[in-house]
Write a protein that binds this ligand. Structure first.
Ligand SMILES: Cc1cc2nc3c(=O)[nH]c(=O)nc-3n(C[C@H](O)[C@H](O)[C@H](O)COP(=O)(O)OP(=O)(O)OC[C@H]3O[C@@H](n4cnc5c(N)ncnc54)[C@H](O)[C@@H]3O)c2cc1C
Length: 392
């Protein structure tokens, strides 16, 4: 029977909720997250309690069933206040979308419902030390020990929410003699599965609260019910789910960081005056011009990202170009805007513990988060030339 009392929040309500949480709990926790490299427990809990952690879970399992546009905008709102919170939340959303794409009955009950009810955080562990930026070519080995059990051995790197999440979506390569080349599969592992060993705590230049840790997978034995989709589906997940959801979550996060940098500079020009002239900095033509240039850079990047997300939600085949370029463009935008905004804000921006110390360090991660900027433009070129995206 259909439950007519259940009404998922509409996108506008979700964004209003996200703004309220960003203004209050996320802002309050930001200092501890950024200075003590503390995983943002309070912010993530608040997002769970508000129902927002079920953003990508279909309404049939109690989630909000929203798409890429909502993901971009929630990450933008969170990223403007704290990039680590946005990244941790974003990776949970990407992991949720991967689980939801082809979930079995077991996986719906074990993962999707608890995620929607705010009782479960998941995340994505694809990158490996061996293949680096080529996260879609895992070397972690998956071996069938019987018809319905697997053995997993390998190593993952930079697992955001590492040691904090309740489950981990990992990628593996088949090692049976009959496994074809590139027979990669996705598996969901529960936290504390015997054989999972976390490497040292995350100590990043920025994205301080991410807990992006290395993970050793040693003789992990699990039932085949943890396989996502079919064996060999990993590349399908990478291009149909991971790429769009991850790229949009990251684009939103770094758009928020760029906006934060812009706003700092704007506020400085509005408030700062010199005693010798009595003039406000905001009255100096060259500074007006430079601020205007920054606004245009952020806004045109925002429009590209929103356009890409809306195209993805509408399943427009041309959305691929926008989705690939959005994260590459935002990476350049955020680094440029934060740098330039820092110049406009003057000496106080350069002080130890200034807001720019955090923004600059967080912004620099945008280019290196894979698919990296170089890979994205190469993939975009190949797509435009009608060539296979992975031709290396
Ligand atoms: C803060 C943070 C959080 C992260 N969180 C996650 C996570 O949650 N899950 C996850 O799976 N991963 C995560 N990662 C990993 C990330 O997505 C990248 O995979 C990783 O940073 C890149 O790998 P690498 O450092 O080994 O780079 P390398 O492979 O050494 O690459 C170095 C540079 O060379 C370039 N390069 C490499 N090969 C080519 C090529 N063929 N053509 C052109 N350029 C190339 C790359 O673009 C890059 O700029 C995270 C990383 C960071 C920094």
């Amino acid at each position: 029977m259909i439950d007519i009392t259940y009404r998922p929040m509409l996108e506008n309500d979700v964004l209003e909720k996200a703004r309220e949480l960003a203004r209050t709990i996320v802002a309050k926790e930001a200092n501890d997250v950024n200075t003590k490299a503390q995983w943002p427990l309070k912010s993530i809990k608040a997002l769970q309690e508000s129902g927002l952690a079920g953003l990508m879970v279909p309404a049939a399992y109690g989630g909000l069933g929203l798409g890429l546009s909502a993901l971009v905008k929630v990450c933008e709102i969170l990223g403007e206040v704290n990039a680590s919170v946005s990244m941790c939340f974003g990776m949970h959303c990407v992991g949720s979308a991967v689980i939801a794409a082809k979930a079995t009955g077991f996986q719906k009950e074990k993962y999707l419902r608890p995620i929607a009810e705010g009782r479960h955080i998941t995340t994505l562990a694809l990158s490996e030390p061996g293949t680096g930026a080529h996260f879609y070519y895992p070397q972690t080995q998956l071996f069938f020990t019987s018809q319905d059990r697997f053995l997993i051995n390998g190593r993952k790197s930079f697992v955001t929410n590492g040691g904090q999440a309740d489950s981990y979506v990992i990628s593996t390569a088949g090692v049976e003699p009959e496994a074809t080349a590139h027979q990669f599969s996705c598996i969901v592992l529960d936290k504390d599965t015997p054989g999972m060993h976390w490497e040292e705590p995350w100590n990043g230049l920025g994205m301080k609260g991410n807990s992006s840790r290395g993970l050793v997978l040693e003789n992990i034995e699990i039932p085949a019910t943890h396989l996502l989709g079919e064996q060999g589906d990993q590349l399908w997940y990478v291009f149909n789910i991971v790429a769009p959801y991850f790229l949009m979550a990251m684009a939103g996060t770094y758009l928020g960081v760029a906006q934060a940098g812009f706003s700092e500079a704007q506020q400085h020009l509005l408030k700062r005056s010199h005693t010798h002239s009595g003039a406000m900095l905001g009255q100096v033509p060259v500074l007006q011009h430079r601020l205007g240039t920054l606004w245009a850079k952020v806004e045109r990047t925002r429009r590209l990202i929103y356009h890409a997300a809306a195209g993805g939600d509408a399943a427009d085949p041309a959305a691929l170009y926008g989705i690939l370029s959005a994260k590459a463009e935002v990476a350049t935008c955020v680094v440029d805007v934060v740098n330039e905004a820092m110049t406009l804000t003057g000496g106080i921006a350069y002080r130890d513990n200034s807001k720019f110390e955090i923004l600059l360090h967080d912004a620099r991660a945008a280019h290196i988060m894979s698919p990296t900027t170089d890979l994205l433009y190469t993939w975009l070129g190949r797509a435009l030339l009608d060539q296979p995206i992975l031709s290396e």
